[in-house]
Design a protein around this ligand. Sequence first.
Ligand code: SAH
Length: 242
Amino acid sequence: MLLTPAVEKTLSLRKFSGMRIDILTVVPELLESPLNHSIVKRARQSGVVEIYVHNIRDFTTDKHHKVDDYAFSGGAGMVMMIEPIHRAIEHLTSQRTYDEIIYTSPDGERFNQAAANQLSTVNNIIILCGHYKGIDQRIREHLITREISIGDYVLSGGELAATIMVDAIVRLVPGAIGDEQSALTDSFQDNLLAPPVYTRPADYNGWRVPDILLSGNTQKIEDWQMEQAYERTKKLRPDLLR
Ligand code: SAH
């Protein structure tokens, strides 16, 4: 495995093994499947990461469990109210310190591999998922420490964005994947796309695996992978090399 400077930096920042993520939402059902399958599920089961989903409605005090109200500006669409979110965040921050309180938002900083690397090295984070027209601006001003977008398009809620971020972060936490460094050699680490991969059979009706991969020469194979990564990046994403 290649130990590039970005990989070494990420590894050196890891002084602990274990992370806690609290997600605040009004639609917890949207988070169920992605957080309960595959690598994220195994990471939770083995104690590498603890993930808790909280329904913001549980922090309301009125009998209708109201979490949204009309916008002062008028127009269509509801806005998520301050109080239930404030209560939910205070409930969590009164129990432990959080490194970041993140709001998923189309106008936030763009999520990428570097952000995933960095967030995989912290202890505790809260992710607040917006819904409807978004959340009262005062929550963003007074309670949120970081705002993250997963791309230039508008989703119905922050839940899918949160699951994408959690997936990208959790697979980097030590112990989540069998070979810790394998996730650090994926595409975008050090701005290179991953080289192509193959499995058996070596020859499928004449579609052959490159000979070098069958040579058993580890050094040559690593050189080939590096060359492929560079060539693919040059061809498909030249912007990454600039
Ligand atoms: N009125 C807002 C969009 C609201 S969409 C605007 O025009 O900017 C409802 C919620 O979905 C948002 O509050 C946010 O939490 C989430 N969301 C939508 N698009 C997103 C994106 N690209 N990245 C992260 N979260 C997003």
